[in-house]
Design a protein around this ligand. Structure first.
Ligand SMILES: [Zn+2]
Length: 358
C-alpha cells in the first residue's frame, strides 16, 4: 500500500457518541475550512473540546488519521438537509463516513491531496463503492451553508470532478486487478499510552480569515461568554467582528492579546463557558419526561421545541397533547429515534444537536 492509516481515536463524548453506523452507505468529502490546521491539531481539538460535531478521518501532508472508528457515527453533516436522504435514503451522520482534507498554512497541498485521493480510493475498495456514486461533497449536501471540499480544492486548481477522476484512477492503479497485495497498513495508537510525536506537536490556531465549524463553535462560546457578535453572529467566518471579540476576551482574562485563538484562549473559553454543556440557553432536563408531566422541565422542552420550529403550543409547562405531538414530530425527523412522543436521553441529544446547529 502506498500510505498507512493511523488509528488514534478520541475518547467518547459529544464528538464521539459511540453509536454504530451500519452499514456504511456513502462517503462525504470535506475540508476543514481552517487553513493550516493539521490532522493532529484537529484530533486534539475534538478530543479536548468535544463539540457535537466531528468527522472520522483527517488527512494532512503527513498522516491519514482516523479519530473515530469507521464503524461508529460521526456528526459531520447537518441532519436537517434533504439531499442525503433523497440521494441515499439516509442521513449522512447515520450512514456516511466523513473525510476531512487539511490544507493551507505549512501543509504541503500536493502531499495532503495525494493522501486524500488515496484514502477515498481505499474506502471505495473496502466498501465496494463506485466513486462516481458514493462520494459526495459536503457542499452538495448542504449548499446553503457549506462550500467544502471545493473551498480547498479550487484554491489549488482542482475541481470536484477532477478529484473524483483522480480517485477512480488511484482505485484502478492501487487497488485494481494486478495491483500489489498490501502489507499491514494500519498503525494503531493506544489511547492510554502518551506518544511523543516530535514534529507532530500541532496546535489548532484559529485566526482572522478562518472559517468553518470550529469558528462557529468559538463564536458561540464568545457569545455565551458575554462577548457579543451583533452584526454577524455565529456565522462561521472569522472576520473583524470576531477578532475584536477575541481581543476583548483575551484582555478580560489576562491572556496574550493577539486576536488568535490558540490552545490557551480555547482552554479559557471552555472554562468560562463551561463547555461542553453548551446549551446553557436551553438546559434540557436529563432522564425521561412523560406526557402528563408539569413543571419547569416541561417548559424547557417546550422552549427548545419552539426554538427549532416544532409547534408545542404555549410555553405553559404542561406536557399535553400539543407538546406530545411536537415531540413526536421532532422524533420523526430521525430514524434513530422512537416516535413515542416521550422525551428521553436520545431525544435530548438530538434536540441539543439541532439547537447547536442554529
Ligand atoms: Zn464539511
Amino acid at each position: 500500500m502506498r500510505y498507512s492509516i493511523t488509528q488514534d481515536y478520541i475518547s467518547q463524548g459529544n464528538a464521539r457518541p459511540g453509536t454504530a453506523i451500519d452499514p456504511v452507505q456513502f462517503i462525504v468529502a470535506h475540508d476543514t475550512g481552517n487553513a493550516g490546521s493539521t490532522a493532529y491539531g484537529n484530533r486534539n481539538y475534538f478530543n479536548n473540546t468535544q463539540p457535537s460535531a466531528s468527522a472520522h478521518t483527517f488527512i494532512d501532508d503527513r498522516v491519514i488519521l482516523e479519530i473515530i472508528p469507521l464503524t461508529e457515527k460521526a456528526f459531520h453533516v447537518r441532519y436537517n438537509v434533504p439531499v442525503d436522504n433523497s440521494r441515499y435514503g439516509a442521513n449522512a451522520n447515520d450512514a456516511a463516513i466523513g473525510v476531512e482534507l487539511c490544507w493551507g498554512g505549512a501543509i504541503n497541498f500536493e502531499e495532503a491531496y495525494n493522501r486524500y485521493v488515496w484514502y477515498h480510493a481505499y474506502l471505495m475498495d473496502r466498501y465496494g463503492f463506485n466513486p462516481r456514486e458514493k462520494i459526495v461533497g459536503h457542499s452538495t449536501l448542504d449548499p446553503a451553508r457549506r462550500t467544502d471540499p471545493e473551498n480547498a480544492l479550487n484554491r489549488y486548481g482542482i475541481s470536484f470532478q477532477q478529484f473524483i477522476d483522480d480517485v477512480e484512477a488511484m482505485l484502478a492503479s492501487e487497488f485494481g486487478e494486478g495491483a500489489r497485495e498490501g502489507e499491514e497498513t494500519l498503525t494503531r495508537v493506544s489511547p492510554e499510552r502518551p506518544v511523543v510525536r516530535g514534529v507532530m506537536t500541532t496546535r489548532p490556531i484559529i485566526q482572522r480569515g478562518a472559517s468553518g465549524d470550529f469558528v462557529r463553535d468559538i463564536q458561540r462560546d464568545l457569545i455565551r461568554a458575554g462577548f457579543s457578535l451583533p452584526a454577524f453572529g455565529a456565522d462561521g467566518d472569522f472576520g473583524g467582528e470576531t477578532e475584536r471579540a477575541v481581543l476583548r476576551f483575551q484582555r478580560t482574562y489576562g491572556l496574550q492579546v493577539d486576536g488568535i485563538v490558540g490552545p490557551e484562549t480555547l482552554a479559557k473559553l471552555k472554562e468560562v463557558t463551561n463547555t461542553p454543556s453548551r446549551m446553557q440557553e436551553f438546559p434540557l432536563p436529563t432522564g425521561v419526561v412523560r406526557p402528563g408531566t408539569r413543571g419547569d422541565n416541561v417548559r424547557q422542552i417546550q422552549r427548545a421545541l419552539s426554538q427549532i420550529g416544532e409547534r408545542s403550543g404555549a410555553i405553559d409547562g404542561i406536557y399535553g397533547p400539543q407538546t406530545t405531538s411536537a415531540v413526536r414530530a421532532f422524533q420523526s425527523r430521525f430514524s434513530a429515534l422512537a416516535r413515542d412522543g416521550i422525551y428521553g436521553p436520545n431525544t435530548k441529544r438530538y434536540l441539543e444537536m439541532e439547537l447547536e446547529d442554529m
